[in-house]
Write a protein that binds this ligand. Structure first.
Ligand code: GAR
Length: 210
């Protein structure tokens, strides 16, 4: 069974789907710890309910990004994880930190990358007049939201959609695709080799889609 550490900053609905899938056996793994950079993140309550370590590492207590990331790395490493899952962890990471978990750290982003890296993805998709939106799970590399994509979930954009309508539709697909990818990783069906995603023994030229 693989050892998982999840990093969060907020509500943790993606964390919840991963916890649920670990409990049901869909994911052959156990979440050993949840670490939040915000003390009031509701995801910490979810972690306690599940019965794993729920740790706050408040970035405001650190004088630099480097100092925070060093302490974050030390905290993660106490749990010797096979996989580090970023689930709404709203921090830019130092290259040193990313390098330490290359091929072992994944992120979910609420857009069809490479479209709309960064913030306000739904607003940008609506303003551009896009007909579809979605979410992407990718390996984390030093480039912000630029690591090789693994799986994308697509949803339609409907004519009367406001930002909140789209956000609800996208997060629902996130809850489907993220536990799937975590499950694949834990079954050793997914690796990163020289910048390429290898899934079930084959190099992915384009991300898988749902
Ligand atoms: C999710 O929509 C996730 O894709 C996004 O934050 C939300 C977290 O929700 N992540 C990013 O924007 C990272 N760049 P949750 O706390 O309910 O899982």
């Amino acid at each position: 069974m693989k050892r998982i550490v999840v990093l969060i900053s907020g509500g943790g609905s993606n964390l919840q789907t991963i916890l649920d899938n670990c409990l049901s056996g869909e994911i052959n793994g156990r979440v050993e710890a949840v670490i939040s950079n915000r003390p009031d993140a509701y995801g910490l309550v979810r972690a306690k309910r599940y019965g794993c370590e729920a740790i706050t590492l408040d970035h405001k207590q650190f004088t630099s990004r480097e100092a925070f990331d060093e302490q974050l790395q030390a905290t993660i490493d106490e749990f010797s994880p096979d996989l580090v899952v970023l689930a709404g962890f709203m921090r830019i990471l130092t290259p040193e930190f990313v390098q330490a978990y290359l091929g072992k750290m994944i992120n979910i982003h609420p857009s069809l990358l490479p479209k709309y890296p960064g913030l306000h993805t739904h607003k940008r998709a609506l303003e551009a007049g896009d007909k579809e939106a979605g979410a992407t799970v990718h390996f984390v590399t030093p480039e912000l939201d630029g690591g090789p994509p693994i799986l994308q979930g697509k949803v339609p954009i409907l004519p009367k959609d406001e930002e909140l309508d789209l956000a609800k539709r996208v997060i629902a697909i996130e809850h489907v695709i993220y536990p799937k990818v975590v499950g694949w990783f834990c079954e050793e069906r997914l690796t990163l080799a020289e910048g390429d995603v290898i899934f079930a023994g084959k190099t992915l030229q384009i991300p898988l889609t749902l």
